[in-house]
Design a protein around this ligand. Structure first.
Ligand SMILES: [Zn+2]
Length: 473
């Protein structure tokens, strides 16, 4: 035992390797208190340990409390604020807030004096009603209802939230409610209304306010960045985004605009004679480019939808069809062995693997030709897109677009299912050109709005009118 060859896990506090050349007479200061209990050597070791602990305790510095921060000296202003917020003791004139018993010095009033009228301002909030607001302000309920009816007739589209109503209340009726003497509010940008008490009750007067609808024209240099140049020139966030979107249909705004190019915007604007200003939509987006072709784009309704048209009355090339569902193509167009019928036949469309209930959207603008059960196709929607192009969407679990309805590209028409001859939820999608099935992946719709005749004339006149607007409106 004790040989270096004995492998033993070293325990805490035991010496694992005996010192070399040690003699019995050597004074051993490091005594293992775990072995040879109560021997002389053990007692000496314990004594040494206690002596060392005592020395440490004796030499160790004492604990003293840490000095805390001294409060900053109070200035005159702080002292005043403290005084205002402090609670004064009762003996220096403070009170508990409780009523004191009346003394003989109190003279009861036979009648409390009453204010003949009350004038106040109330703000109309979102979701509020005029009648509720007036009642909260202190008007009698039948008075409030009568005034609200008058105002609703003058402003059929409602009062916009944030509108301030000046209210004058008159004679007190029973309880705490009063008669309405006079009301005054803005019923819209171009209309102010007052409601006044007359002999026969409340009467409404309309006061039209002149509104100037001259659009704003904003021009400037592109500089370091188009978006921030627009914002710095006073273009609203929405109009700046619209402008970039209009240009993005023509050029790469990121790389094809140079710092010396000049932007030119016309923005709809309504300015009331009383000073309020309501900016509207972007009407014209122009870009004068250095060493490249300029852009002149104006918004114009084409087929019921606003589009950006070039000055020549030509719209942007619309990109092709979009995928009708989010999913992987599991089966392509062409000959294949049918999974159920087990013989080679033409697959007239493509299959998209998708989860049951995934939304199916129209691949392009069109009209619903047919919506309903179609034999092996199950629940099917057929869309006509003009130019002899028809798309079909089959095996749907549910149809949303009714027959005859007009759908836009990306609009929901139904949900993925497995109706008809189908082995699992998927969308079978076909495209026909003049009645012949074609590979849907090879079809791109090229459509481009082109104004003609009287409409082109109207378009040009409008563009000329917009561009006659001076800078700064
Ligand atoms: Zn299929």
């Amino acid at each position: 035992m004790g040989g270096a060859a004995v492998l033993r896990a070293p325990a805490f506090g035991t010496r694992t390797r005996p010192l070399q050349g040690r003699r019995a007479t050597d004074i051993d200061l490091v005594v293992d208190l775990g072995s040879n209990l109560f021997s002389r050597r053990w007692w000496r070791g314990l004594g040494t340990l206690l002596l060392l602990c005592g020395t440490v305790a004796f030499l160790a510095p004492g604990f003293e409390p840490l000095a805390g921060g001294t409060p900053a000296p109070m200035g005159e202003v702080e002292a005043e604020q403290m005084e205002a917020l402090a609670i004064a003791p009762l003996n220096t004139g403070s009170q508990t807030g409780l009523r004191m018993a009346e003394t003989a010095a109190v003279e009861p009033l036979s009648q409390a004096p009453e204010r003949p009228t009350v004038e106040l301002f109330a703000t109309f909030n979102r979701g509020d009603s005029v009648a509720d607001l007036l009642q909260r302000a202190g008007a009698a309920s039948n008075e409030a209802a009568a005034a609200a009816r008058l105002i609703a007739r003058a402003a059929p589209s409602g009062i916009s939230p944030g509108t301030t109503i000046a209210v004058t209340l008159g004679q007190r009726l029973d309880g705490s409610s009063r008669l309405i003497e006079r009301l005054s509010l803005r019923a819209g940008l171009a209309l102010k209304v007052t409601v006044q008490r007359c002999a026969g009750g409340l009467e409404l007067t309309r006061i039209p306010i002149a509104v100037d609808t001259t659009p704003l024209r904003i021009r400037g240099r592109v500089g370091d960045g188009l978006y921030w140049a627009l914002r710095a020139a006073g273009v609203s966030q929405g109009a700046a985004a619209d402008y970039l979107k209009a240009l993005a249909g023509q050029i790469d705004v990121g790389s094809e605009v140079s710092p010396d190019d000049k932007f030119d915007l016309v923005i709809a604007n309504s300015r009331a004679a009383t000073g309020e200003n309501v900016p509207g939509a972007l009407l014209y987006a122009g870009l004068d480019r250095v060493g490249a072709s300029d852009f002149q784009l104006m918004r114009w309704p084409v087929g019921g939808r606003m589009q950006w048209l070039e000055a020549s009355g030509v719209g942007r090339q619309t990109s092709g069809m979009i995928y009708p569902v989010q999913g992987r193509i599991t089966s392509g167009f062409g000959l294949r062995v049918h999974p159920i019928l087990r013989f080679a036949r033409m697959h007239k469309g493509i299959d998209f693997g998708a989860h049951w209930g995934s939304p199916i959207v129209a691949a392009a603008d069109g009209q619903v030709l047919r919506a309903g059960w179609a034999g092996g196709y199950g629940q099917q929607v057929r869309l006509a897109h003009g130019g002899g192009i028809v798309t079909t969407y089959s095996h749907m679990s549910r149809i949303v677009a009714p027959a005859g309805s007009i759908v836009r590209q990306g609009e929901l028409i139904g949900y993925v299912g497995s109706t008809g001859l189908s082995t699992g939820p998927h969308l079978h999608y076909e495209v026909y050109r003049d009645g012949v099935p074609v590979n849907p992946l090879g079809v791109r719709f090229a459509s481009r709005a082109q104004l003609e005749g009287a409409e082109l004339e109207a378009f040009r006149n409008r563009l000329r009118a917009l561009l006659s607007v001076g800078v700064g409106g």
